[in-house]
Design a protein around this ligand. Structure first.
Ligand SMILES: Cc1ncc(C[n+]2csc(CCOP(=O)(O)OP(=O)(O)O)c2C)c(N)n1
Length: 529
C-alpha cells in the first residue's frame, strides 16, 4: 500500500506543485528526506522569506505554490508574509510540521498546541487531519481551495509521523485524479444591465485593478467605449490590470477617500474591475464618489463586493465578465480620451532624488523586464516614470507589509527565468527579508536589486507631516550599509551616486546572469513624479 508521503507527492505532481519553498526543522524532515528528483526545494533562511518567495513564485507562475514551515515558531515568523499573500489573492498551500501524534496531547517540545487557530484569520482554511491517512485528502482540499476565487493562502498542519502511514490505494488515486476549477461567469442579465448603464452614461471611466486577467479584454472595452482608465490606488495594486503606456491610461488613483472622488470628479459612472472599492490609505475624508456619480464593481471576491461602502457589485470572474461585456456593448460615439501625457521631466539634483533614479532605470529597463517594487516613498514616482506595458511585469504587496519585495523578487525570478527581474527597494524595506539575498545566490536567481538609500523611513516622516504629528522616534536610519550586508550573503554589490553611473550599473546588472545589487544614495523625502 502507498504511504501518506507517496500519495501526497503524487498529488503535488498532479497539481503541478513540484517546487517547495521551505525552511526545515526536525518536524519537517520526514516529509523532505529523499526528496524525489522531480521536486525542487527552494530554501529560505527565515519563514517570512519562505512565504514571500512562494508568494512571488505563485503569482508569477499562475499556479499554487507550497510553503513548508517549521511548526508553531515557523508559522509565527511567517504571519506577516501570509497577511500579504491574503491581500495579494495569492494561491498558497502553507504546510507546517507537528509533533508526532503520540506526544501532542502531553505537549512535547515543538507541539503546535493550537495549530488550526494560529494562522487565523489570515488563511481561507486551516486544518489538522484527525488521522494520518486523511493527510492526502486534506492537502488536496487545501490546494483546491487556495486556487478557487478569491485565491489565497490555506494552512495544513501535519504530524511528523503521518508521512510513513499507509493509505488505501484506490482512495488515494481518486483524490489525486480530481481536477477542480471555478471561474464563474456573471449572469447575462447582470452583464446586459451593466452594458446599458455603460453605454448610456455621459462620461464613464474604468478603474483597473490587479485581478483583471487577461488585460486584453479591458483594453478592448476601454477602446470600444472610449473609457479613460485609472489604476486602482497604489496600496492595492498588487499587479497591473491595464497597460500603462496605452493612450487611454490616465495614471494611478490617489489612495484616499476625498482625493479619489476629486480625481474622478467629471465622471458619472465608475466601473471598477478586479479591485476592492478602494484600497484606501491614509484617511483623508470626503465624499466617497463625485456628486451624482454611480459605481459598479466587478470582483471575484464576495467579501470585496460585500464590504464596499458604495456602489453596486457583480461577483464573478473579472476576465470572463469583461469578455461577456465586450460581446454586448456597442461601439461608443463618445470622444476618445485625450492622449495620455508621458512621464514628467525631472530636473537633476545633487544628491539624486528617487525620481531621477527611476528615469535612469526607465532608460535601460528591458522590454520583457519585471519589477518588484517596495520603495514606499517613491512608489508614485516609479509608477509615473516607468509606464509598464507588458502583462506580468509588476508586483507590489497589496497588503503593505514590508518584507514582500525582496523575497518575492526571488520567487518571481524562479518562476520567470527568461525575464529580467529588477527589485526596486528602500534600504529600510530590505531589512524585513534580508536573508532573501542568500536565497537569490543559492538558487542562482539573477535578480537586479536597486536599493534607494535615503537614511530614513521617508514615507513615515511624510505621514507624520500629513497627520501633523511631531517628535516620533525611530524614523532615521543612519549607516545602514545594504551593499556590504548583501556582499556578506554573496551578492555582487555596486555603490553609485551619479545618474549616468546608475544607468550603466543597472544596465550591466540586468544583463548579468547572477544576482547583483546597485545601491544609490538618494535625497530624503517623498518623490511623487
Ligand atoms: C512589516 C512592516 N513593518 C513596518 C511597516 C511600517 N513602514 C511602512 S513604510 C516604512 C519605511 C520603509 O523604509 P524604506 O524602505 O527605507 O523606504 P522609504 O520610506 O525611505 O521610501 C515602514 C517602517 C510596514 N509597512 N510593514
Amino acid at each position: 500500500m502507498p504511504t501518506v508521503r507517496d500519495a501526497s507527492f503524487d498529488l503535488f505532481r498532479a497539481q503541478g506543485m513540484t517546487t517547495i519553498f521551505g525552511n526545515p526543522g526536525s518536524t519537517e524532515l520526514p516529509m523532505l528526506a529523499d526528496l524525489p528528483g522531480d521536486f525542487r526545494y527552494v530554501m529560505g533562511l527565515q519563514e517570512a522569506v519562505v512565504v514571500g518567495m512562494a508568494d512571488g513564485y505563485a503569482q508569477a507562475s499562475g499556479r499554487t505554490a507550497i510553503a513548508n514551515l517549521h511548526t508553531a515558531p515557523g508559522v509565527g515568523n511567517a504571519m506577516g508574509a501570509i497577511f500579504n499573500a491574503q491581500a495579494n489573492h495569492t494561491p498558497l498551500l502553507v504546510t507546517a510540521g507537528q509533533q508526532v501524534r503520540a506526544q501532542m496531547t502531553l505537549q512535547a517540545n515543538l507541539t503546535n498546541r493550537d495549530a488550526i487557530r494560529m494562522p487565523h484569520p489570515l488563511v481561507k482554511w486551516a486544518y489538522e487531519p484527525p488521522r494520518a491517512q486523511d493527510v492526502p485528502l486534506a492537502l488536496a482540499h487545501g490546494a483546491h481551495l487556495a486556487s478557487l476565487p478569491p485565491r489565497g493562502p490555506v494552512f495544513v498542519s501535519i504530524p511528523m509521523d503521518d508521512w510513513g502511514a499507509e493509505v488505501d490505494e484506490a482512495d488515494a488515486r481518486a483524490v489525486i485524479a480530481r481536477q477542480v476549477g471555478g471561474r464563474a461567469v456573471a449572469s447575462p442579465e447582470a452583464v446586459s444591465s451593466l452594458a446599458e448603464r455603460l453605454d448610456s452614461a455621459a462620461n464613464p471611466v474604468l478603474v483597473a485593478g490587479p485581478d483583471i486577467d487577461p488585460w486584453e479584454t479591458a483594453v478592448a472595452l476601454a477602446e470600444r467605449q472610449r473609457l479613460p482608465v485609472w489604476a486602482t490606488p497604489a496600496p492595492g495594486g498588487g499587479k497591473l490590470g491595464f497597460p500603462e503606456d496605452h493612450p487611454n491610461f490616465r495614471g494611478v488613483l490617489p489612495p484616499a477617500i476625498g482625493p479619489v472622488a476629486q480625481t474622478l470628479e467629471e465622471h458619472d459612472l465608475i466601473v471598477v474591475a478586479g479591485s476592492s472599492v478602494f484600497p484606501y490609505y491614509p484617511y483623508i475624508p470626503g465624499p466617497l464618489l463625485p456628486e451624482g456619480a454611480e459605481l459598479v464593481a466587478i470582483t471575484s471576491d464576495p467579501d470585496e463586493a460585500a464590504r464596499a461602502p458604495v456602489g453596486d457589485a457583480i461577483v464573478a470572474d473579472v476576465g470572463l465578465t469583461l469578455a461577456a461585456l465586450l460581446d454586448v456593448v456597442p461601439e461608443s460615439s463618445r470622444q476618445p480620451p485625450s492622449p495620455n501625457e508621458g512621464p514628467q521631466e525631472i530636473p537633476p539634483t545633487d544628491p539624486l532624488n528617487s525620481s531621477t533614479v527611476h528615469t535612469a532605470l526607465a532608460e535601460v529597463f528591458p522590454e520583457d523586464g519585471i519589477v518588484v517594487l517596495e520603495s514606499p516613498s517613491s512608489t508614485l514616482a516609479f509608477r509615473n516614470q516607468l509606464r509598464l506595458s507588458r502583462p506580468g511585469s509588476y508586483y507590489f504587496s497589496a497588503g503593505g507589509g514590508l518584507g514582500f519585495g525582496l523575497a518575492a523578487s526571488v520567487g518571481v525570478q524562479l518562476a520567470q527565468p527568461d525575464r529580467p527581474v529588477v527589485c526596486v527597494i528602500g534600504e529600510g524595506s530590505v531589512q524585513y527579508a534580508v536573508t532573501a539575498f542568500w536565497s537569490a545566490v543559492a538558487h542562482e536567481a539573477p535578480v537586479t536589486f536597486l536599493v534607494l538609500r535615503n537614511d530614513e523611513y521617508a514615507i513615515l516622516k511624510w505621514f507624520a507631516e500629513v497627520e501633523s504629528l511631531q517628535g516620533a522616534p525611530g524614523l532615521d536610519l543612519p549607516e545602514l550599509n545594504v551593499a556590504s550586508v548583501a556582499e556578506g550573503y554573496g551578492v555582487k554589490a555596486h555603490r553609485v551616486a551619479d545618474r549616468d553611473g546608475v544607468r550603466d550599473a543597472l544596465a550591466a546588472a540586468v544583463a548579468s546572469s547572477q544576482p547583483e545589487l546597485v545601491e544609490v544614495p538618494v535625497a530624503p523625502g517623498m518623490s511623487l513624479f
